[in-house]
Design a protein around this ligand. Structure first.
Ligand code: SF4
Length: 345
Protein backbone atom coordinates (compact mmCIF):
# COMPACT_ATOMS: atom_id res chain seq x y z
CA UNK A 1 0.00 0.00 0.00
CA UNK A 2 1.40 3.44 -0.91
CA UNK A 3 1.99 6.11 1.74
CA UNK A 4 -0.79 8.67 2.29
CA UNK A 5 -0.49 11.84 0.24
CA UNK A 6 -0.58 13.99 3.37
CA UNK A 7 0.34 13.11 6.94
CA UNK A 8 -0.12 15.57 9.78
CA UNK A 9 1.51 14.41 13.01
CA UNK A 10 0.86 16.07 16.37
CA UNK A 11 0.58 19.50 14.75
CA UNK A 12 0.62 22.47 17.12
CA UNK A 13 0.22 26.15 16.40
CA UNK A 14 0.27 28.53 19.33
CA UNK A 15 0.00 32.26 18.70
CA UNK A 16 1.46 34.73 21.19
CA UNK A 17 -0.88 37.27 22.78
CA UNK A 18 0.90 40.57 23.23
CA UNK A 19 -0.09 43.46 25.42
CA UNK A 20 1.12 46.26 27.67
CA UNK A 21 3.37 49.19 27.01
CA UNK A 22 6.13 47.25 25.23
CA UNK A 23 3.86 44.72 23.49
CA UNK A 24 5.38 41.94 25.52
CA UNK A 25 4.07 38.41 25.11
CA UNK A 26 1.54 37.97 27.89
CA UNK A 27 -0.04 34.65 26.96
CA UNK A 28 -0.59 32.04 24.23
CA UNK A 29 -3.59 31.15 22.07
CA UNK A 30 -3.54 27.36 21.71
CA UNK A 31 -5.21 27.48 18.29
CA UNK A 32 -4.13 23.97 17.24
CA UNK A 33 -2.84 21.75 19.98
CA UNK A 34 -1.82 18.29 18.83
CA UNK A 35 -3.70 17.33 15.68
CA UNK A 36 -2.91 14.18 13.66
CA UNK A 37 -4.56 12.83 10.50
CA UNK A 38 -3.82 11.54 7.02
CA UNK A 39 -5.32 12.26 3.61
CA UNK A 40 -5.12 9.60 0.91
CA UNK A 41 -4.78 10.34 -2.79
CA UNK A 42 -8.20 11.04 -4.33
CA UNK A 43 -9.87 11.27 -0.93
CA UNK A 44 -11.94 14.02 0.69
CA UNK A 45 -11.33 14.52 4.39
CA UNK A 46 -13.55 17.15 5.99
CA UNK A 47 -12.39 19.13 9.00
CA UNK A 48 -15.46 20.36 10.84
CA UNK A 49 -16.23 22.25 14.02
CA UNK A 50 -17.52 25.54 15.34
CA UNK A 51 -15.92 28.84 14.46
CA UNK A 52 -12.62 29.26 16.31
CA UNK A 53 -11.96 25.54 16.78
CA UNK A 54 -8.69 25.75 14.82
CA UNK A 55 -9.72 24.06 11.58
CA UNK A 56 -8.67 26.93 9.30
CA UNK A 57 -5.38 27.24 11.20
CA UNK A 58 -4.70 23.58 10.36
CA UNK A 59 -5.32 24.32 6.66
CA UNK A 60 -3.03 27.36 6.71
CA UNK A 61 -0.31 25.42 8.51
CA UNK A 62 -0.40 22.76 5.77
CA UNK A 63 -0.13 25.52 3.17
CA UNK A 64 2.88 26.88 5.06
CA UNK A 65 1.30 30.30 5.39
CA UNK A 66 3.14 30.47 8.73
CA UNK A 67 5.63 28.38 10.70
CA UNK A 68 4.17 25.77 13.01
CA UNK A 69 4.96 25.51 16.73
CA UNK A 70 5.52 21.74 16.78
CA UNK A 71 4.70 18.55 14.93
CA UNK A 72 5.18 17.41 11.34
CA UNK A 73 3.50 17.98 8.01
CA UNK A 74 4.54 15.32 5.51
CA UNK A 75 3.62 15.49 1.82
CA UNK A 76 4.15 12.30 -0.15
CA UNK A 77 6.85 11.14 2.29
CA UNK A 78 8.67 14.50 2.50
CA UNK A 79 8.47 16.81 5.51
CA UNK A 80 7.38 20.25 4.38
CA UNK A 81 7.03 21.99 7.74
CA UNK A 82 10.70 22.95 7.85
CA UNK A 83 11.31 23.73 4.18
CA UNK A 84 13.04 27.00 3.40
CA UNK A 85 11.12 29.49 1.21
CA UNK A 86 13.38 28.51 -1.72
CA UNK A 87 12.49 24.85 -1.42
CA UNK A 88 8.79 25.51 -0.97
CA UNK A 89 8.03 26.08 -4.65
CA UNK A 90 7.50 22.40 -5.52
CA UNK A 91 5.24 21.93 -2.53
CA UNK A 92 3.24 25.03 -3.40
CA UNK A 93 2.47 23.59 -6.82
CA UNK A 94 1.26 20.30 -5.35
CA UNK A 95 -0.94 21.83 -2.61
CA UNK A 96 -3.32 24.58 -3.63
CA UNK A 97 -6.09 26.43 -1.83
CA UNK A 98 -9.57 27.74 -2.50
CA UNK A 99 -10.61 30.35 0.08
CA UNK A 100 -14.07 31.29 1.31
CA UNK A 101 -14.22 34.72 -0.23
CA UNK A 102 -13.26 34.58 -3.88
CA UNK A 103 -13.61 38.34 -4.17
CA UNK A 104 -10.86 39.15 -1.70
CA UNK A 105 -8.64 36.28 -2.85
CA UNK A 106 -8.67 37.36 -6.53
CA UNK A 107 -6.69 40.42 -7.54
CA UNK A 108 -9.38 42.93 -8.65
CA UNK A 109 -7.00 44.60 -11.11
CA UNK A 110 -6.15 41.42 -13.02
CA UNK A 111 -8.13 39.97 -15.90
CA UNK A 112 -9.22 36.34 -15.55
CA UNK A 113 -6.77 35.42 -18.32
CA UNK A 114 -3.85 36.75 -16.23
CA UNK A 115 -5.15 35.25 -12.98
CA UNK A 116 -5.11 31.80 -14.59
CA UNK A 117 -1.86 32.30 -16.51
CA UNK A 118 0.10 33.40 -13.44
CA UNK A 119 0.47 29.99 -11.72
CA UNK A 120 1.13 28.28 -15.07
CA UNK A 121 4.04 30.68 -15.65
CA UNK A 122 5.27 30.60 -12.05
CA UNK A 123 5.50 26.83 -12.01
CA UNK A 124 6.88 26.59 -15.55
CA UNK A 125 4.00 24.43 -16.80
CA UNK A 126 3.82 25.82 -20.36
CA UNK A 127 6.67 25.73 -22.88
CA UNK A 128 5.29 28.42 -25.18
CA UNK A 129 2.74 31.20 -25.22
CA UNK A 130 0.51 29.06 -27.43
CA UNK A 131 0.56 26.28 -24.83
CA UNK A 132 -0.11 28.85 -22.10
CA UNK A 133 -3.16 30.12 -23.97
CA UNK A 134 -4.39 26.57 -24.60
CA UNK A 135 -4.06 25.72 -20.91
CA UNK A 136 -5.97 28.85 -19.86
CA UNK A 137 -8.80 28.04 -22.29
CA UNK A 138 -8.91 24.43 -21.09
CA UNK A 139 -9.20 25.63 -17.47
CA UNK A 140 -12.23 27.74 -18.39
CA UNK A 141 -13.85 24.66 -19.95
CA UNK A 142 -13.00 22.56 -16.91
CA UNK A 143 -14.75 24.89 -14.47
CA UNK A 144 -17.60 25.45 -16.95
CA UNK A 145 -17.08 29.15 -17.59
CA UNK A 146 -17.45 30.59 -21.10
CA UNK A 147 -14.16 31.39 -22.85
CA UNK A 148 -15.32 34.83 -23.95
CA UNK A 149 -15.17 36.26 -20.42
CA UNK A 150 -11.41 35.80 -20.11
CA UNK A 151 -10.72 39.51 -20.44
CA UNK A 152 -13.08 40.53 -17.67
CA UNK A 153 -12.06 41.33 -14.11
CA UNK A 154 -13.32 39.62 -10.90
CA UNK A 155 -15.91 42.30 -10.00
CA UNK A 156 -17.79 41.55 -13.24
CA UNK A 157 -18.71 38.04 -12.04
CA UNK A 158 -21.23 36.61 -9.56
CA UNK A 159 -20.03 34.95 -6.33
CA UNK A 160 -20.40 31.46 -7.81
CA UNK A 161 -18.53 32.43 -10.98
CA UNK A 162 -15.75 33.99 -8.95
CA UNK A 163 -15.42 30.79 -6.96
CA UNK A 164 -15.13 28.89 -10.27
CA UNK A 165 -12.27 31.24 -11.18
CA UNK A 166 -10.67 30.52 -7.79
CA UNK A 167 -10.96 26.79 -8.46
CA UNK A 168 -9.53 27.20 -11.97
CA UNK A 169 -6.60 29.14 -10.53
CA UNK A 170 -5.95 26.30 -8.06
CA UNK A 171 -6.18 23.72 -10.87
CA UNK A 172 -3.78 25.71 -13.04
CA UNK A 173 -0.90 24.49 -10.86
CA UNK A 174 -1.89 20.83 -11.44
CA UNK A 175 -2.12 20.13 -7.69
CA UNK A 176 -2.60 16.79 -5.97
CA UNK A 177 -4.28 18.29 -2.90
CA UNK A 178 -6.61 21.27 -2.64
CA UNK A 179 -7.38 22.82 0.73
CA UNK A 180 -10.93 24.15 0.47
CA UNK A 181 -11.22 26.60 3.37
CA UNK A 182 -14.96 27.26 3.80
CA UNK A 183 -14.94 27.37 -0.01
CA UNK A 184 -18.73 27.31 -0.39
CA UNK A 185 -19.81 28.95 2.88
CA UNK A 186 -20.43 32.40 1.40
CA UNK A 187 -22.56 31.14 -1.51
CA UNK A 188 -26.34 30.81 -1.94
CA UNK A 189 -27.74 27.31 -1.45
CA UNK A 190 -28.21 26.50 -5.15
CA UNK A 191 -24.80 27.92 -6.11
CA UNK A 192 -23.24 26.02 -3.21
CA UNK A 193 -24.59 22.75 -4.63
CA UNK A 194 -23.20 23.57 -8.09
CA UNK A 195 -19.71 24.29 -6.72
CA UNK A 196 -19.74 21.14 -4.57
CA UNK A 197 -20.77 19.07 -7.60
CA UNK A 198 -17.99 20.71 -9.62
CA UNK A 199 -15.41 19.87 -6.95
CA UNK A 200 -16.60 16.26 -6.90
CA UNK A 201 -16.38 16.01 -10.70
CA UNK A 202 -12.87 17.49 -10.65
CA UNK A 203 -11.83 15.10 -7.94
CA UNK A 204 -12.94 12.14 -10.08
CA UNK A 205 -11.37 13.56 -13.24
CA UNK A 206 -7.98 14.49 -11.79
CA UNK A 207 -7.73 12.14 -8.79
CA UNK A 208 -7.50 15.15 -6.47
CA UNK A 209 -7.40 14.90 -2.71
CA UNK A 210 -9.48 17.52 -0.90
CA UNK A 211 -9.11 18.81 2.63
CA UNK A 212 -12.57 20.31 2.99
CA UNK A 213 -12.73 22.74 5.91
CA UNK A 214 -16.30 23.62 6.78
CA UNK A 215 -18.77 24.29 9.56
CA UNK A 216 -21.65 23.17 7.29
CA UNK A 217 -22.31 19.52 8.08
CA UNK A 218 -25.13 19.21 5.54
CA UNK A 219 -22.66 19.98 2.74
CA UNK A 220 -19.99 17.78 4.30
CA UNK A 221 -22.40 14.83 4.43
CA UNK A 222 -23.02 15.26 0.72
CA UNK A 223 -19.44 15.25 -0.45
CA UNK A 224 -16.90 13.77 1.95
CA UNK A 225 -15.34 10.35 2.45
CA UNK A 226 -14.17 10.86 6.04
CA UNK A 227 -14.80 13.47 8.72
CA UNK A 228 -12.55 14.84 11.48
CA UNK A 229 -14.38 16.83 14.15
CA UNK A 230 -12.39 19.55 15.93
CA UNK A 231 -13.07 21.18 19.28
CA UNK A 232 -10.81 23.81 20.86
CA UNK A 233 -7.70 22.95 18.86
CA UNK A 234 -7.98 19.17 18.95
CA UNK A 235 -9.64 16.45 16.88
CA UNK A 236 -12.19 14.73 19.11
CA UNK A 237 -13.52 12.22 16.56
CA UNK A 238 -12.49 11.02 13.12
CA UNK A 239 -14.29 8.34 11.11
CA UNK A 240 -15.75 7.44 7.71
CA UNK A 241 -18.73 9.60 6.78
CA UNK A 242 -21.34 6.87 7.20
CA UNK A 243 -20.14 6.10 10.73
CA UNK A 244 -19.98 9.72 11.86
CA UNK A 245 -23.44 10.55 10.56
CA UNK A 246 -25.20 7.36 11.67
CA UNK A 247 -23.46 6.51 14.95
CA UNK A 248 -21.22 9.28 16.31
CA UNK A 249 -19.17 8.22 19.30
CA UNK A 250 -18.28 11.62 20.76
CA UNK A 251 -20.87 13.78 22.58
CA UNK A 252 -19.69 16.88 20.71
CA UNK A 253 -20.14 15.22 17.32
CA UNK A 254 -23.63 14.15 18.35
CA UNK A 255 -24.46 17.71 19.40
CA UNK A 256 -23.21 19.14 16.10
CA UNK A 257 -25.17 16.57 14.11
CA UNK A 258 -28.39 17.19 16.00
CA UNK A 259 -28.61 20.55 14.20
CA UNK A 260 -28.30 19.00 10.72
CA UNK A 261 -31.63 18.40 8.93
CA UNK A 262 -32.36 14.76 8.06
CA UNK A 263 -33.50 14.31 4.43
CA UNK A 264 -36.16 11.63 5.13
CA UNK A 265 -39.56 13.12 6.07
CA UNK A 266 -40.38 12.59 9.74
CA UNK A 267 -36.89 11.33 10.65
CA UNK A 268 -34.93 13.14 13.38
CA UNK A 269 -31.56 12.86 15.04
CA UNK A 270 -31.20 12.71 18.85
CA UNK A 271 -31.59 16.36 19.83
CA UNK A 272 -28.88 17.99 21.94
CA UNK A 273 -28.42 21.64 22.76
CA UNK A 274 -25.06 22.46 24.30
CA UNK A 275 -25.02 24.93 27.15
CA UNK A 276 -22.57 27.80 27.23
CA UNK A 277 -20.01 29.05 24.77
CA UNK A 278 -16.82 27.49 23.52
CA UNK A 279 -14.15 28.26 26.19
CA UNK A 280 -11.21 30.48 25.31
CA UNK A 281 -8.30 28.80 23.54
CA UNK A 282 -6.02 30.98 25.70
CA UNK A 283 -6.99 29.03 28.78
CA UNK A 284 -8.58 25.73 27.69
CA UNK A 285 -10.31 23.58 30.33
CA UNK A 286 -8.31 20.91 32.14
CA UNK A 287 -8.79 17.20 31.38
CA UNK A 288 -11.22 16.79 28.49
CA UNK A 289 -11.57 20.19 26.85
CA UNK A 290 -15.25 19.52 26.22
CA UNK A 291 -16.05 18.81 29.87
CA UNK A 292 -17.54 22.26 30.59
CA UNK A 293 -20.29 21.60 28.01
CA UNK A 294 -20.58 17.82 27.88
CA UNK A 295 -23.96 16.34 28.86
CA UNK A 296 -22.20 13.21 30.18
CA UNK A 297 -19.32 14.75 32.16
CA UNK A 298 -18.08 12.84 35.21
CA UNK A 299 -15.19 13.41 37.64
CA UNK A 300 -12.45 11.80 35.57
CA UNK A 301 -13.23 14.11 32.62
CA UNK A 302 -12.22 17.18 34.63
CA UNK A 303 -8.70 16.00 35.38
CA UNK A 304 -7.66 13.42 32.80
CA UNK A 305 -7.38 14.16 29.11
CA UNK A 306 -8.96 11.32 27.09
CA UNK A 307 -6.68 9.45 24.74
CA UNK A 308 -7.43 9.72 21.00
CA UNK A 309 -8.01 5.99 20.54
CA UNK A 310 -9.09 3.57 17.85
CA UNK A 311 -12.75 2.79 18.55
CA UNK A 312 -13.78 0.73 15.52
CA UNK A 313 -13.05 0.27 11.83
CA UNK A 314 -11.27 3.52 10.94
CA UNK A 315 -12.99 5.27 13.85
CA UNK A 316 -10.98 7.37 16.29
CA UNK A 317 -12.43 9.09 19.33
CA UNK A 318 -11.20 11.07 22.33
CA UNK A 319 -13.69 10.31 25.11
CA UNK A 320 -13.53 8.31 28.36
CA UNK A 321 -16.90 6.71 27.58
CA UNK A 322 -16.95 3.47 25.58
CA UNK A 323 -20.50 4.12 24.38
CA UNK A 324 -22.70 7.20 24.48
CA UNK A 325 -25.65 6.98 26.84
CA UNK A 326 -29.07 7.73 25.40
CA UNK A 327 -30.32 11.26 25.77
CA UNK A 328 -33.60 11.81 27.61
CA UNK A 329 -36.78 11.42 25.61
CA UNK A 330 -39.89 13.63 25.62
CA UNK A 331 -41.38 15.12 28.82
CA UNK A 332 -42.46 12.35 31.17
CA UNK A 333 -39.64 10.05 30.06
CA UNK A 334 -38.33 8.29 33.18
CA UNK A 335 -34.68 8.39 31.99
CA UNK A 336 -32.51 10.83 33.99
CA UNK A 337 -31.59 14.17 32.46
CA UNK A 338 -27.79 14.56 32.17
CA UNK A 339 -26.64 17.58 34.17
CA UNK A 340 -25.30 19.75 31.30
CA UNK A 341 -27.94 19.08 28.63
CA UNK A 342 -31.11 20.80 27.54
CA UNK A 343 -33.48 18.62 25.52
CA UNK A 344 -34.96 20.40 22.53
CA UNK A 345 -38.55 21.46 23.19
FE1 SF4 B 1 -17.74 14.17 27.84
FE2 SF4 B 1 -16.03 13.08 29.53
FE3 SF4 B 1 -16.21 12.14 27.05
FE4 SF4 B 1 -15.12 14.53 27.52
S1 SF4 B 1 -14.34 12.54 28.19
S2 SF4 B 1 -16.59 14.05 25.92
S3 SF4 B 1 -16.40 15.27 29.21
S4 SF4 B 1 -17.82 12.09 28.64
Amino acid sequence: MSAPLLQVNDLKKHFPVRGGLFSRKSNWVYAVDGVSFEVERGETLSLVGESGCGKSTVGRAILRLFDITAGQVVLDGQRIDGLSPRNLLGMRRRVQVVFQDPFSSLNPRMRVRDILAEPIRNFGLAKSSAELEARVLALMDTVRLPRDVLDRRPHEFSGGQRQRIGIARALAAEPELIVCDEAVSALDVSVKAQIVNLLQDLQREFGLALLFISHDLAIVEHMTHRVAVMYLGKIVEMAPKQTIFSAPKHPYTRALLSAVPVPEPGATRSPTVLKGDVPSPINPPSGCRFHTRCPFVFDRCRTEEPEFRLAGDGEWVACHLDALPELPGPPGDPRPVPPNSTPVE
